[in-house]
Design a protein around this ligand. Structure first.
Ligand code: ZN
Length: 331
């Protein structure tokens, strides 16, 4: 079975990466991350080139520019860019956590994903039948003190600007979840994928509540395996059983390249890290135990029928444009 890693950031191609993806038989979905400035457009150009050169290993989810300065004409500019990217083969659109957590308008007010300014973009995506991947907010740990040997401690140590425990004046986790839920509520025909278990990684019951409430909502598993492995195995298995048609596998594997200048310069250490990450992922979902940073947890040992949906069929269902390329390049 050719698995689809529905959430990656492989910023370029070299022989080491191709060897890994070939060995593991993977189709990966590269996801653009829009930030102020022009750099992310270079990332977009890389992802497009990867799709063109090796569609057997790379698909692409684009994004739209963040609002900066004068926003007259903003929506038209976003839609024009998306139109070109979809024509070029992008299979969906991403909105990132900087909306809600970081970016402010001319009055100094934080943008939120449910602000009116974004609504015409969501309506455009609905009409185009393109899914919206939403990474909104952060794991709950972002608002809690650092805990050694727990998920996210390393990330917030190295990226303290994102650790909201240090910024109690900024919106809490719940505000981000509510804003995302508002988008789901207002756009029932828009297919939405909540990245990182929809930022509800701390409790599968919370994920399940949203999946029950919003039939247009799906979640990907990226970058939160440890959070899920910490929860009671029987409960997580029941969650997979109940929502087996709504869960997409993703890892958030990253391979960096300096400033998107050199297409083949992705770091070998990143590819080695990704290789190790895949082993942990497969061990947890398929096996009966997994080691995460020296901690031992039970694996889910999911049945093949659920693994097939999680690894392949749900991604093909949500990202319909993947279907033909997957069929023609899988073995
Ligand atoms: Zn990501």
């Amino acid at each position: 079975m050719k698995r689809i890693d529905a959430h990656c950031h492989y910023n370029g191609i070299n022989e080491h990466l191709l060897a890994l993806l070939g060995r593991l038989n993977l189709l990966t979905v590269n996801i653009s991350v829009a930030m102020p400035g022009e750099l992310w457009l270079r990332q977009n150009a890389f992802y497009l080139r990867q799709l063109q050169e090796r569609p057997d290993h790379f698909a692409w989810i684009t994004s739209f520019p963040v609002p900066e300065g004068d926003t007259s004409g903003y929506v038209d500019q976003c839609i024009a860019g998306l139109e070109l990217d979809f024509e070029a083969g992008a299979i969906g659109c991403k909105i990132w956590k900087n909306i809600g957590m970081d970016l402010v308008d001319g009055a100094g007010r934080l943008y939120k994903c449910d602000d009116e300014i974004f609504q015409p973009i969501y309506e455009y995506l609905t009409a185009k039948k393109k899914p919206l991947l939403m990474h909104i907010g952060e794991p709950l740990a972002c608002w809690l003190p650092l805990e050694e040997n727990k998920p996210h401690c390393g990330y917030y140590k190295s990226e303290p600007q994102w650790h909201m425990y240090n910024f109690p004046e900024k919106p809490h986790h719940q505000m981000h979840i509510d804003a995302r839920d508002q988008v789901l509520e207002r756009n029932p025909e828009l297919v939405v994928v909540g990245a990182h278990w929809g930022s509800l990684e701390y409790d599968t019951d919370e994920i399940g509540k949203r999946l029950d409430r919003y039939p247009n909502f799906y979640v990907d598993s990226s970058a939160r395996l440890w959070d899920i492995a910490l929860q009671e195995t029987t409960k997580v298995k029941e969650f997979f059983e109940e929502y087996q048609d709504r869960l997409l596998w993703g890892t958030d594997a990253v391979a960096m390249t300096p400033d998107f200048n050199d297409f083949s310069a992705i770091a070998i250490s990143d590819i080695d890290y990704a290789a190790a990450l895949y082993q942990v992922e497969f061990a947890y979902y398929e096996g009966d135990h997994v080691d995460i940073w020296g901690n031992h947890y039970k694996g889910l040992a999911l049945p093949q029928s659920i693994l097939n949906k999680f690894y392949v069929q749900n991604a093909l269902g949500v990202y319909g444009d993947l279907h033909d390329v997957y069929t023609s390049t899988s073995s």
